[in-house]
Design a protein. Structure first.
Length: 384
């Protein structure tokens, strides 16, 4: 089986290409010679715009809320825990990606793919025992998809994430065959810069960095529909917004990330850039107290140790779904809402990863809830 057989997007483009070729063939050689003028040389490439993460240009609001199209990759990412009226817990994920292709032709056509938009959504339902997922991808433009530069508004057709109420809240909508979400997010805390000046270092090379902020402890209300059954929900969520020109270090095969809304109003983010042998290339953590005090932890004060593994029956990939983490003097454990929270995103970003709801405990007591993301366990992750 070739790559086109495996990838529906590629099949779609190949089918369109065949239609075009057959149509031109039907014109006949004389019509082609008379009516079609081919350029002597291919169109030139547009020069790549400047994009650099640097302390000389620190992250600042309100511009940070919007898109940054000069950068090759950017994402808005909301995860959290929901509860139905009956008290059933659910995890959810909504992610929008904006990608600037490495090569953009100097073509004024509106169909020229200068920016691409991807979206991925999932619900973790313990009654099902696996993720329900939805994916979408298209080029930006023509009003069908895009990302606004001055505030958060990113969309693909009827899927969207956008700021409302004078940027104090967010609305999100996802609709697909198996799942739908219509959620409102109210902010209870200000944005948290995930590094000094909003710069998050990703490795020993200063070029491997991103602009990165989070909004923890979002209050959630709305509805979800699972396999045609609607439910009113409430809960708590975490928003990440990140953009970069060189996110993943060459020596890293992937990363492990966790964002936790803690019961005492604190927020904790921890990530590890991981070598192919599982050892850490880079570690970082941010903690904010309920009173707004922020602390950044260096690698020497962070330890991430898997304590339990799960093997996907679909892909055969093994993931460490249980962890023991040490951040400063605190030692705590992560336990998943359910083991099977693997996301096969081959119809959008082309990756397979584990993304799921987790509980955090310390000395047997509940600390809070959040989300764990693990990439690169099925092979080296590639990013623009």
């Amino acid at each position: 089986m070739n790559n086109a057989d495996q990838n529906p997007m590629k099949r779609r483009w190949i089918s369109r290409g065949l239609v075009l070729v057959l149509g031109l063939m039907s014109l006949g050689s004389e019509a082609l010679a008379r009516d079609i003028v081919l350029p002597d040389q291919p169109l030139p490439l547009q020069p790549n715009p400047p994009a650099l993460v640097t302390p000389k240009n620190p992250l600042h609001f309100p511009n940070a809320y919007g898109s940054h199209p000069n950068f090759p990759i950017e994402w808005w990412y909301i995860t959290g825990w929901l509860h139905t009226h009956s008290g059933q817990p659910l995890g959810f994920q909504i992610t929008f990606f904006r990608v600037r292709p490495a090569k953009v032709w100097a073509n004024p056509s509106a169909f020229n793919p200068r920016q691409l938009i991807f979206a991925e959504a999932a619900i973790s339902d313990p009654h099902l025992g696996h993720l329900l997922t939805a994916q979408s991808a298209t080029r930006a433009g023509l009003g069908l998809a895009g990302a606004e530069p001055h505030h958060t508004q990113v969309w693909i057709r009827h899927w969207f994430l956008r700021q409302v109420d004078n940027k104090s809240a967010y609305d999100a909508q996802i609709h697909s065959k198996h799942l739908s979400m219509k959620l409102h997010f109210s902010t209870t805390q200000p944005p948290l810069l995930e590094g000094p000046l909003g710069i998050s270092q990703k490795g020993p090379d200063p070029q491997n960095a991103s602009y990165y902020y989070s909004i923890p402890h979002l209050k959630v209300s709305g509805s979800v529909t699972i396999e045609g059954h609607p439910e009113s929900v409430q809960g708590e969520a975490w928003l990440d917004h990140e953009w970069s020109a060189a996110y993943l270090p060459k020596a890293a095969t992937g990363w492990d990330w966790v964002g936790l809304n803690l019961k005492d109003g604190k927020a904790l983010m921890v990530f590890m850039m991981r070598r192919s042998d599982g050892t850490p290339l880079w570690l970082a953590a941010t903690e904010r107290s309920a009173h707004g005090q922020v602390r950044y932890f260096p690698s020497a004060q962070i330890h991430m140790q898997p304590s339990g593994w799960w093997k996907s029956p679909k892909t055969g990939i093994r993931y460490p779904v249980r962890w023991c983490l040490q951040v400063g003097k605190h030692v705590f454990h992560l336990e998943p809402l359910m083991d099977n929270q693997e996301f096969d995103a081959n119809r959008s970003t082309g990756t397979v990863y584990w993304e799921g709801a987790v509980r955090a405990t310390e000395n047997g007591k509940g600390l809070g809830q959040g989300y764990l993301e693990m990439t690169g366990y099925g092979g080296h992750l590639s990013l623009p």
